[in-house]
Design a protein around this ligand. Structure first.
Ligand code: CA
Length: 234
């Protein structure tokens, strides 16, 4: 099941960008443009996490956050607050808002998703253990399915395990030796070039239909899951 994210933000452009990117990353998204709409959707849809902008019309995100915390049904609902400036974030941190994390605009989508996954992992472990995502890549650990966008990617068991290692720590560079240990096991008689060959096959499978390459080869160091998109949301 995909985690349902409620995005509470009055700016339509930001809403649209977030909805597009979160859905691409495997989340389901509901949108609220003010606090009243947010409260209605919280009651009707029981979201798994709320992205809550501080600056909202009528009732501020801060007020809404405190209100949700006071109610028994939503006292433990994961909330990440979005703030416009770093000073606001500092101020918020000093207040007893009850938010689980804060993120300052402009932020990168990858950074936001990593924070969301961290909060979900901590507070809603049932989700995070079953689905790993990065950019438009989704790996369902329960069903062993991998999707790039909406298209299924077919991988061998070894390719699947290799991709899983990279997906658990996006951006981190793994050396070929580390991947050999993690994917094939220390006691296997496998040569380092097997890692390279498996990466090549994985890359071919993932980049079918000329999709942007998500695997970075780091010369003399190893491999990482990475991409240069780095879109910033204002
Ligand atoms: Ca706003």
């Amino acid at each position: 099941m995909r985690p349902l994210i409620l995005v509470v933000e009055d700016e339509a452009g930001v809403q649209e960008l977030l909805a597009y990117n979160l859905e691409r990353a495997g989340f389901a998204v509901e949108q609220a443009f003010d606090g009243d709409q947010a409260l209605t959707l919280v009651a009707e849809r029981s979201p798994d996490l709320i992205l809550l902008d501080w600056m909202l019309p009528h009732r501020s995100g801060l007020e809404l956050c405190r209100q949700l915390r006071r109610r028994r049904e939503t006292a433990n609902l994961p909330i990440i607050m979005l703030t416009a400036r770093a000073e606001e974030q500092d101020r918020l941190r000093g207040l007893d808002t009850g938010a689980d994390d804060y993120i300052t605009k402009p932020f990168s989508i990858d950074e936001l998703i990593a924070r969301m996954r961290a909060v979900l992992r901590r507070l809603r472990p049932a989700f995070s253990e079953e689905v790993l995502t990065f950019a438009d890549l989704t790996m369902d650990l329960a069903s062993h399915r991998v999707l790039r966008g909406q298209e299924e990617v077919h991988l061998s068991p070894t390719e699947f395990r290799l991709l899983r290692q990279l997906l658990e720590r996006p951006g981190r560079v793994f050396s070929r030796e580390q991947l050999l240990d993690l994917v094939w096991g220390r006691d296997q008689e496998v040569e380092l070039r097997t890692v390279d060959a498996t990466i090549r096959r994985l890359r071919r499978a993932l980049n079918d239909h000329n999709r942007p390459d998500l695997l970075r080869t780091v010369r003399a160091a190893g491999y990482a899951l990475d991409h240069k998109a780095g879109e910033l949301v204002d």
